[in-house]
Structures are given as structure tokens and as C-alpha cells.
Design a protein around this ligand. Structure first.
Ligand code: HEM
Length: 201
């Protein structure tokens, strides 16, 4: 895990990093969307519980980044963006059981790569609007079983733009840009693998 030096900067070209991350991972996101939906996560509560397992393992992996001392000063409201506890509650709502400890936590993610991982975790809350609609058809809601799919009270769009604006302002010297992009790609690959584990195939 490398030492990192992140600082907010207004000298870097802004508004471009998130766009680059989006295009670098567009194909991976597309594949993941299709992989998730092929698992029919909204066909039954039992299928939905498999999806929650994926989310639980993904967020177990990224949760330490939301508490990373290097990132807190440059990204807004990181603590308030954590969703691991909501996912654990959703699992309890749906299965009636406390979530099992994940078998693997994975290696720690360094903060620069972590920017890419956080882009993926935060971005997934945009797509969550669609997933919440589907979850409602199973009788779930922001108060029961689909807590982690809820939007922020300020609105999903605004909350996301606050995050991306800050992400775009972070100065990343050296190979930081490439490491952040690699982190985003790695995050999508990781979730893809979790979906395979949970849904089979
Ligand atoms: C847990 C798995 C998923 C992850 C990690 C994920 C990740 C992301 C990311 C990073 C973004 C932001 C892209 C950007 O604007 O830069 C995003 C947006 C989006 N995702 Fe996903 N996604 C997931 C599952 C899904 C699924 C299953 C669907 C729907 C079938 C979906 C639909 C969308 C849509 C429609 C947007 C764009 C929303 C908008 O621009 O308003 N995602 N997702």
C-alpha cells in the first residue's frame, strides 16, 4: 500500500477525470448490468437476497476507503455515504438473519486506486434508482429491505455531482491518474466475480 499525497487543487483541468473513468469502464458497466439482470435478482425475495450478498461483499471491500484519513479531506461527506450498514439491515429484513461475516475481505486498497473504487461504489447509487423500482414490486422499500438503494434526501443527482465535482478537483501527480482508472476497472471486475459467485455460472 503506497504512500499517497492527495490534495484539492483548482489548477488541474476539471470536469474531465470522471468522464474518463466513465468511458474507461463503460463496457465493464454494461457487462455487469447484463450479468446482474440475467441473474433475475427481482424474481423473488430469495433471488434478491443473492443480490444483497453481492452488495454486502462489495461494500465490505470498499468500506475502509470511506474511512480513509487521506480521502476524507478531499471528498465530501464520505462517512455519510457509507452503505455497508444499510445493506446488512436489508439482509436482515429479507432473510431474517444477521449477515454472515464475509469469507474474504480482500487486500487493502491504496487511496489512489481507491478513488476509482469509490467512483464505482458511488456511481452505482445512480443505477440504484432503477433497482429500487424493481424492488418495490417485491414489497420492499427504503424502510425495509431496500434501504441501501434509497437516494440521498438532497436528491441522487445532486449528491452524485457533489462527489464527482470533488473527485475531479483532486490533484493526482505521477501515475495517479492511471492508478485511479485501474482501480475503477478492478472494482467492476471484482463485482462481476461476486455476481458469478452468488448467482452461479
Ligand atoms: C452492483 C452493480 C453495479 C455497479 C457497481 C454499477 C456502477 C455504476 C456506476 C459507476 C455508474 C455511474 C456512471 C457515471 O455516470 O459515471 C452507474 C450508473 C448507472 N447504472 Fe449502474 N452499476 C451497477 C448495477 C446496475 C444495474 C443492475 C443497472 C440496471 C439494470 C444499472 C444501471 C445504471 C444506470 C441507468 C446508470 C446511469 C444513471 C444516470 O445517469 O442517471 N446499474 N452504475
Amino acid at each position: 500500500m503506497g504512500h499517497m499525497d492527495v490534495s484539492a487543487s483548482d489548477t488541474v483541468e476539471s470536469g474531465s477525470r470522471v468522464k474518463r473513468l466513465r468511458s474507461a469502464t463503460a463496457a465493464a458497466h454494461d457487462q455487469l448490468d447484463r450479468r446482474v439482470m440475467a441473474g433475475e435478482p427481482f424474481a423473488s425475495l430469495a433471488r434478491y437476497a443473492l443480490f444483497l450478498q453481492v452488495q454486502y461483499r462489495f461494500h465490505t471491500r470498499v468500506d475502509p476507503l470511506y474511512r480513509d484519513g487521506a480521502l476524507g479531506p478531499v471528498l465530501p461527506d464520505l462517512d455519510g455515504r457509507r452503505r455497508l450498514a444499510l445493506i446488512a439491515q436489508d439482509l436482515r429484513d429479507v432473510t431474517g438473519r444477521v449477515a454472515d461475516e464475509p469469507k474474504e475481505r480482500g487486500d487493502a486498497i491504496d487511496p489512489v486506486a481507491g478513488l476509482g473504487w469509490l467512483y464505482v461504489a458511488e456511481g452505482s447509487n445512480l443505477g440504484a434508482a432503477i433497482l429500487l423500482k424493481e424492488a418495490r414490486k417485491l414489497g420492499l422499500s427504503e424502510g425495509h429491505g431496500a434501504r441501501h438503494l434509497a437516494g440521498h434526501p438532497d436528491g441522487r443527482g445532486l449528491h452524485w455531482r457533489q462527489f464527482t465535482a470533488a473527485l475531479d478537483r483532486i490533484a493526482l501527480p505521477g501515475d495517479g491518474e492511471a492508478r485511479a482508472a485501474a482501480g475503477a476497472t478492478e472494482a467492476f471486475r471484482y463485482v462481476h466475480r461476486l455476481v458469478g459467485d452468488a448467482f452461479g455460472g
